[in-house]
Ligand binder design. Structure first.
Ligand code: IFM
Length: 512
């Protein structure tokens, strides 16, 4: 997700005008781009029980922001603050999925999908983040889960997709270690009331992103830009992740707990030792920081020097608390990064060919004194309307890298998708011929099939997302949905890509 689209578009246009899209071939000992011409894998078949799915997040689709006893979340507060969101948009109504979930699950069923990843809004369950459960909030998700099961769809629950109860932010937010305990209590409530029907749980969606953008860069709520706060938040989240896993398993014997991390395969900008080391730090910090904490009880080598335990608020015994091996590993794939060293005095490492990302704003964004890497989103390939490069081999490379590093775990692709702004085409009876999205999914799925053929144990793919929805700082200016939503009257129309994806799911093959 890009929160600085104007800047990116500006950069893209000006670079293209200057003919400056020179490419430095990434080459890495750690991760070498597997892009290769070779034959197209058009007839790829997927494993028999492969779960074709789609995903949403509570804040992005539900609306009903203060119904049925729901408390205020940090995103409610942020969106109600002028100047934070493109177009001044809020998610007070968004897709009204809170009231229309039956119709929406009908769409999932119509597309032959067997897994629906949704998130639960913590402030619907505990309006202030602590204390007794709000029965109306639980009832809502109970009905959602029952509707899914009746439709033969697996409910995949993300327990936290960024909408922290505001009352907990008022207590210091994620940098406050107490939140790990509050979060475990919340997990226990969910497990106790829904664990008889939900078996697949992911504690956090993209923990690096919300910790970093919220506390390190200030682009997300609570809008703080202090790298030490980010480190503290990250450590609390690690503790919370493992405590939640244990809390769920204590109340639900069927609970199977994994993750929904945001990941990007990282390729070094040059073959220099410095760029390769920076790329390894990027991977450790942005991709596997929380995974390693859970699987091995230790943080990976994300830092130039020693792990800054003191700044993180690390206490003796924390390595034991944060170790809670996941039953499976879930992550998203959208696009790649090109990484170079950012230690003071390091050379730019070749021609610029992308847009800056994690590093925007030195100390608060990547060129901090701890990780010192410089990450770019290349603009070499075609770009989506959100300005992200379409890079199909990345999903193969990332899946294989995680498979190798974590002993070939069961993998769920928890999100993958693209924003294109195609709208109903009157001359075609209102159809939405979003051919670029079909090409996107086809090419990414071909590469996923390659990873499966290479031995990776991938059991699902969740297209992001079911519905066009509220895209965080970008408001409604991006459309990632398989379904077009007319926000004036809430009318849903399946895009051509949805119909195509539904046929792929039914056939379990790609040659369509
Ligand atoms: O919309 C987001 C989602 O909430 C998290 N992953 C990336 C998506 C697209 O930006």
């Amino acid at each position: 997700m890009d929160t600085r689209i104007d800047r990116r578009n500006f950069l893209r246009t000006s670079l293209a005008a200057a003919g400056a899209l020179a490419v430095t071939d990434p080459a890495s000992a750690e991760l070498v781009s597997s892009a290769q011409p070779g034959p197209q894998l058009t007839g790829a078949t997927f494993p028999k029980d492969f779960l074709w799915g789609t995903a949403t997040a509570a804040f992005q689709v539900e609306g009903a922001w203060k119904e049925d006893g729901k408390g205020e979340s940090i995103w409610d507060r942020f969106t109600h603050t002028q100047g934070t969101i493109r177009g001044g948009a809020t998610a007070d109504v968004t897709c009204d999925h809170y009231h229309r979930f039956k119709e929406d699950i009908g769409l999932v069923q119509q597309l032959n999908l067997k897994s629906y990843r949704f998130s639960i809004s913590w402030p619907r369950i505990q309006p202030t983040g602590t204390g007794p459960a709000n029965a109306k909030g639980l009832d809502h998700y109970s009905r959602l889960v029952d509707t899914l099961l009746a439709a033969g769809i697996r409910p995949f629950c993300t327990m936290y997709h960024w909408d922290l109860p505001q009352a907990l932010e008022d207590k210091g937010g994620w940098p406050n270690r107490d939140l790990a305990g509050y979060y475990a209590d919340y997990a226990a409530i969910l497990g106790k009331h829904l664990g008889d029907r939900i078996t697949v749980w992911a504690p956090f969606n993209m923990p690096w992103t919300f910790a970093y953008l919220g506390y390190g860069a200030g682009a997300f709520p609570p809008g703080k830009a202090d790298y030490t706060l980010f480190l503290r938040a990250a450590h609390t989240i690690s503790l919370a992740q493992s405590q939640a896993l244990r809390a769920l398993k204590a109340v639900s014997s069927q609970a199977s707990v994994g993750s929904a991390y945001g990941m990007a395969p990282a390729y070094p900008k040059t073959n220099s030792e410095a760029d390769r080391a920076a790329t390894a730090r990027y991977h450790a910090m942005n991709n596997v920081f929380f995974l390693n904490a859970a699987m091995r009880g230790e943080y990976p080598k994300a830092f130039v020097g020693a792990i800054p335990y003191k700044e993180m608020g690390f206490q003796p015994g924390d390595e034991t608390i944060m170790k809670a091996p996941l039953d499976w590993v879930g992550f998203h794939y959208y696009t790649r990064r090109i990484v170079s060293d950012a230690t003071p005095g390091a050379s730019a490492g070749g021609a610029q060919f992308g847009t800056e990302t994690e590093l925007d704003g030195a100390e608060a964004a990547g060129r901090d004194r701890y990780t010192r890497f410089h990450a770019e989103m290349p603009t070499e390939g075609p770009l989506t309307d959100a300005g992200l490069e379409v890079y199909p081999p990345g999903i193969h490379d990332l899946v294989m890298q995680i498979s190798r590093e974590y002993n070939f775990p069961t993998i769920e692709i928890t999100e993958s998708g693209c924003s294109y702004l195609d709208a109903p085409y009157a001359r075609e009876g209102g159809r939405i011929p979003d051919l670029r999205r079909i090409d996107f999914f086809r090419s990414y799925l071909q590469q996923l099939a390659r990873a499966l053929a290479g031995g990776a144990k991938v059991r699902s793919y969740h297209a992001w997302t079911l519905l066009d929805n509220f895209e965080w700082a970008d408001g409604y200016s991006q459309r990632y949905g398989l379904t077009y939503v007319d926000f004036r009257d809430q009318r849903r129309t399946l895009k051509d890509s949805a119909l195509w994806y539904g046929r792929v799911a039914a056939a379990n093959r790609l040659d369509l």
